[in-house]
Design a protein. Structure first.
Length: 269
């Protein structure tokens, strides 16, 4: 048993898709979330900058004496994982391997699509993870850099015309490639689930990287006897690097619960 909190970070709001699942699977855990909202997006930045930001994010969370760290950002996991893993003596969870495995198992025709930020796609992390599971699978990757600003702006509903136009343009190549499984390789993208699903059609299975990883985190903490033993409801505290109000409004919408009074603004540099 271990009653210390779990730390989770992302560049912005995207990691909330992971928080929602973690709170569902691990209701007794205390969670500290960091969204680097002042510097989002990470996905269009250089490797050096992503590593620098990721190290600052991890150091901030480690300061709370957390028992485990969840990197709820595919971009950081694809580019900076090794730089983080070496520095900490705790369980560090990444968001690429679990969805890669889920997609590899689910695909019937062996044709898997991956969408993510420019940095994630450029890294080839998903291709490597999928091919390590089964080298005969075909992987088609497409960067969708405008999806993150759409989510940070709250333009995500199935009826949003701008979101639909952008999705149609990004995803046309994947439709032609006749994939049957699509990995949402950025934790922001499940917030555009309806738009992406309507664009790809109902025969394409969407795999959520945060949700798949949350299952793994829950199982791992249980198996390693690291769950909180207090027997009470867990708490969630949020830290952001830009305005509290902007984050709180969208977080309430995405989490379907009020976060007022639970969010604090901090500086990382
Ligand atoms: N949500 C993040 C990811 O999973 C990063 C998005 C961004 O900052 O570009 O990749």
């Amino acid at each position: 048993m271990n009653n210390r909190p779990i730390g989770v970070f992302d560049s912005g709001l995207g990691g909330l898709t992971m928080i929602k699942k973690l709170a569902e699977y691990l209701p007794g855990e205390d969670i500290i979330y960091l969204g680097d909202t002042g510097r989002v997006p990470y996905g269009s930045r250089s490797r050096e900058t992503i590593i620098k930001y990721a190290k600052q994010d991890a150091a901030f969370l480690a300061g709370f004496g957390i028992k485990a760290m969840v990197i709820a950002c595919n971009t950081v996991c694809s580019v900076a994982l090794d730089n983080l893993k070496s520095g900490y003596d705790m369980q560090i969870f990444e968001v690429v391997c679990a969805p890669a495995k889920a997609a590899a198992l689910a695909s019937k025709n062996g044709r898997i699509g991956v969408i993510g930020t420019a940095a994630t796609v450029r890294s080839g992390a998903y291709e490597t993870a999928i091919k390590n599971i089964n080298k005969d699978l075909s992987v088609f990757s497409v960067p969708c850099p405008l999806f993150v600003p759409l989510v940070e702006e709250g333009w995500v509903t199935g009826s949003d015309e701008a979101a639909h136009c952008i999705a149609a343009r990004y995803l046309s190549e994947l439709k032609k490639a006749e994939i049957d499984t699509l990995i949402l390789g950025c934790t922001h993208y499940p917030l555009l689930y309806d738009v992406i699903s309507e664009t790809m059609g109902k025969n394409v299975l969407l795999v959520d990287s945060g949700a798949e990883t949350a299952k793994q985190v829950a199982a791992d903490l249980k198996n390693n006897n690291l769950l909180n033993s207090a027997g009470t409801d867990g708490s969630i505290r949020y830290y952001v690097t830009d305005s509290i109000q902007g984050f709180s409004n969208l977080a309430a919408l995405y989490l379907e619960s009020d976060v007022n009074g639970l969010v604090e603004q901090i500086t990382l540099e």
